[in-house]
Design a protein around this ligand. Structure first.
Ligand code: FAD
Length: 502
């Protein structure tokens, strides 16, 4: 309650989290604030965050970034969703597309009508009623103003994370962010326990009033210096290692991420303009590193462009995200594994929260507590959504997947699944990130089907229901078929883009 208002904000770390924070603070804070960033080229970044969700476009738009500059500068491509290959059983596939599936009739969500039609053998696959899914599967993309009956088509990006960080660095430095290159050797504490300064090599000292810890998994400030513990979720999300390797592109990039199940984890494929990003996420208790490398390399679409790069992590979160005068952002705050591409989004929401809770004078305990409460809820709800993908599998006889089916679920997820099974209802808690379209696509995609549907879905006659579903699927099929190929869209954008101007 007695602290002075922060005027200098020090960002420790210059990965995606550090530079996203620096760019946003330099854009939104007034002249009364000074922003400094410390990073070490010798330590480097994780740099494999390459797939995003549609909210990234709000972040870029907030910074005034033009897509026509941004996509060529980051070798970016369009992402309409994630294809889940072999998650239920080998050969099975579904897509979690962004945006709506079908459309509600009155107050009754679309999936209730689909469930009724399915039970009568009248329904196509759920994804056939989604424009995102149809466009993704046919490799097409267009930007357009949605006009009924053609629905909105939300999209995100795949990009080269190192190029994105470099792009934001140019942006932030142009707006006055001061960068210090060097290794943080120690953290100096004030008599009240707050962080006073970072001590760097070369006998340098970077002082500030508020510190943003973007130092990655190590959590140098929040964990090492301030002693905030890490809550381990390995019993729910047991994958703890990844190997990442780029490969040569083969043909036009698909406008979606692919996540393919392997015996002890899953493999991502993220198509960029200049290369394909690949990685195997696996449980070290179930697969050796050598076997993982062989498995990854065996399943590439093109020639490997380097040796696989190992990454180790523990899924979980910090016990507090804002402690004393330090806020953890990015991997320093926690890690939920990349299955639904939520890490960069968590950086983005942390930045938005820092801006909305920016201390006016002294840091107030009530602000800190609410910041932490909101962040915990966000982490917990995304965790549950990820667990669902692992839990609802039918891969009998594979030890990791057997254990995932048998696990004791977090209470809130168990409640959600019970509600779904009983009545096909999804109740969204506390503004959680994933809403009904996401949950229904994954629940139905993973073949976790409910026992009943909403009684109002029984109102239309069989013929009317059939016509309604055919109309919805027809709109998605025709609208997606009329779009240009995703590759053509990117080539046109590249041809028309000027030089990067952030
Ligand atoms: P880092 O990239 O680790 O950056 C840490 C920074 O701190 C660096 O600049 C480093 O130099 C600096 N630093 C550390 N210690 C010191 C020191 N002592 N002195 C000075 N500087 C220091 N996210 C997504 O949204 N989509 C994805 O598809 C995705 N895929 C992923 C796949 C894997 C396998 C992993 C592990 C993560 C993935 N992520 C993904 C997460 C994403 O990579 C991170 O959220 C993102 O890169 C942010 O990382 P960061 O900036 O917090 O940490």
């Amino acid at each position: 309650m007695s602290e002075q208002p922060p005027r200098t904000i020090v960002i420790a770390g210059g990965g995606t989290a550090g530079w996203m924070t620096a760019a946003a603070l330099s854009r939104f804070l007034g002249k009364g604030w000074r922003i400094e960033l410390v990073e070490s080229d010798a330590i480097g970044t994780v740099g494999v965050g390459e797939a995003t969700i549609p909210q990234i476009r709000l972040f870029n738009a907030g910074l005034g970034i033009d897509e026509a500059d941004f996509l060529p500068a980051t070798q970016g491509t369009i992402k309409l969703g994630i294809a889940f290959q072999d998650w239920v059983r080998p050969g099975h596939r579904y897509l979690h597309g962004f945006g709506q599936v079908g459309r509600a009739l009155g107050l009754t969500p679309f999936h209730h009508f689909w469930l009724r039609a399915r039970s009568a053998g009248q329904a196509r696959p759920f994804g056939d009623y989604s424009l995102n899914n149809m466009a993704a599967e046919s490799g097409r993309f267009a930007r357009f103003e949605a006009q009924p009956p053609v629905p909105d088509m939300p999209y995100a990006y795949h990009f080269d994370a190192a190029l994105y960080a470099a792009y934001l660095r140019t942006y932030a430095e142009a707006r006055g962010v001061q960068r210090h290159e060097g290794r943080i050797l120690s953290v100096e504490r004030a008599s009240d326990g707050n962080i006073a300064a970072l001590r760097l090599d070369g006998d340098r000292r970077v002082a500030g009033a508020l510190f943003i810890d973007c130092t990655g998994f190590g959590g140098l400030l929040i964990g090492e210096a301030l002693g905030v513990s890490y809550i381990d979720w390995g019993h729910w999300l047991p994958c703890d290692r990844a190997l990442a390797v780029p490969s040569a592109i083969s043909g036009d990039p698909a406008p979606y991420t692919q996540a393919t199940t392997r015996a002890a984890g899953w493999q991502w494929r993220i198509p960029l303009q200049h290369r394909t990003g690949n990685g195997l996420v696996y449980s070290s208790a179930h697969l050796s590193d050598d076997a993982a490398a062989a498995m990854l390399l065996k399943h590439l679409d093109g020639e490997a462009l380097s040796d696989p790069r190992p990454l180790r992590f523990t899924t979980g979160k910090r016990a507090s995200f804002w402690h004393r005068n330090c806020v953890a952002v990015g991997l320093a705050s926690g890690f939920l594994e990349p299955l639904e591409s939520t890490s960069i989004h968590l950086i983005q929401t942390a930045i938005a929260r820092i801006l909305s809770f920016l201390p006016q004078g002294a840091i107030d305990e009530a602000d800190r507590a609410e910041y932490n409460r909101l962040t915990h809820v966000e982490y917990d709800r995304i965790r549950d959504f990820l667990i669902l993908h692992y839990h609802a599998n039918q891969r009998v006889g594979e030890p990791l997947w057997d254990a995932m089916r048998a696990m004791v679920l977090p209470e809130e997820l168990a409640r959600k699944l019970a509600l779904w099974r009983a009545s096909a209802r999804i109740s969204r808690r506390d503004e959680e990130l994933f809403a009904e379209p996401g949950w229904t696509q994954v629940l139905i995609g993973q073949e976790m089907l409910p026992q009943a549907w909403h009684p109002l879905a029984d109102e239309p006659s069989d013929a009317d229901l059939d016509q309604f579903l055919n109309t919805v699927a027809g709109v998605a099929a025709r609208a997606s078929a009329a779009m240009p190929a995703h590759g053509d869209f990117l080539r046109r954008l590249g041809a028309h883009s000027s030089k990067v101007s952030v």
